[in-house]
Design a protein around this ligand. Structure first.
Ligand code: ADP
Length: 297
């Protein structure tokens, strides 16, 4: 039977044996001696009716640099090239994936779990916006609750068979992204920055955080890198010559792509039509997928 899902109807994630069903996964504020404590946070279990070959986290040092845009464009490039693709919107306090894809319906549930929304090009999506009563309801939960919801997106959502799941990660290097990093089996991350952030320590912080957790950094994307003059097509670097290549080399990572500020992209995202974009942005992801051992059907 398929029924409509609301966040309060979701049950607690199977936490691998923690004794208390109200476990917040915040061991620092809990004295209970439980299996979750041993070796830190346990990895969440994937929904038993799903198989996901590779999980790629898309991260940024802060919000607003285009992390969701790069997630969406990567998913589009993957699905167009024959990979069974999903997007988990783990940016719980600033979810923008459903809006970009024009998805406004509520998620439905079945006996196998919560069903992701499937877009016309067959990308499976899950976001908190598909579970809250109104899209405009703010999420005002504390970190451990947010991290718990992301775990539920892994455990309770029936993703089906996916080649790759892109996770639009919570921004920054704080408590929530850290817990998500630790609790989901992420195969690698893509770091998204804007040109201004490249000159700061933000990229190095995100890269170091991943390395400290033994998560490979699959590449760097410089978003809003330049604009193209609509008359002559000349590339204008508004923030001076790009430092992306130098920063990638300094951090020992690959520069995957430099994306321009493209008014068509932002219009399509605002109108919920990103899926119909005809560009080739983020096709660099195909090499990443190949390096991870994935082959399109
Ligand atoms: P984040 O996920 O990092 O918070 P978003 O992906 O939501 O950032 O992007 C922030 C805003 O910038 C959105 O309105 C988005 O449509 C727009 N945007 C992102 N990248 C581009 C781009 N390359 N060209 C034009 N607009 C962009």
């Amino acid at each position: 039977m398929i029924k409509e899902m609301n966040y309060p109807m979701m049950h607690q994630v199977d936490n691998g044996g923690a004794p208390d069903e109200n476990c917040t996964h915040d061991c620092s504020s809990c004295g209970v001696d439980c299996p979750s404590r041993e070796g830190g946070i346990q990895k969440a279990k994937l929904n038993e009716h799903s198989s996901v070959k590779k999980v790629i986290g898309v991260v940024s040092g802060k919000g607003g640099v285009g992390k969701s845009m790069v997630t969406a464009l990567s998913a589009l490039a993957a699905t167009r090239n024959g990979f069974r693709t999903g997007v988990m919107d783990a940016d719980i306090t600033g979810p923008s994936i459903p809006k970009m894809f024009g998805v406004h319906s509520k998620a439905m549930g079945s006996e196998f779990g919560i069903l992701p929304e499937v877009t016309p090009t067959e990308i499976s999506l899950m976001s908190i916006n598909l579970l809250t009563e109104n899209e405009t309801d703010p999420v005002i939960w504390r970190g451990p609750v947010i991290a718990g919801v992301v775990e539920q997106f892994w455990t309770d959502v029936c993703w089906g068979d996916l080649d790759v799941l892109f996770i639009d990660m919570p921004p920054g290097t704080g408590d929530v992204p850290l817990t998500v990093f630790q609790s989901l089996p992420i195969d690698g991350i893509i770091v998204v920055t804007s040109p201004q952030d490249l000159v700061s320590m933000i990229v190095a912080k995100a890269v170091n955080m991943a390395r400290m957790m033994n998560i490979p950094v699959l590449g760097l994307v410089e978003n809003m890198s330049y604009i193209k003059c609509p008359d002559c097509g000349r590339k204008i670097e508004m923030f001076g010559p790009s430092q992306a290549e130098a920063v990638a080399v300094a951090n020992g990572i690959k520069l995957l792509e430099q994306l321009p500020i493209d008014p068509v992209l932002s219009q399509e995202a605002d109108m919920g039509k990103i899926e119909f974009n005809q560009g080739t942005q983020m096709e660099s992801i195909l090499e990443v997928l190949e390096d991870l051992g994935l082959k399109a059907e």
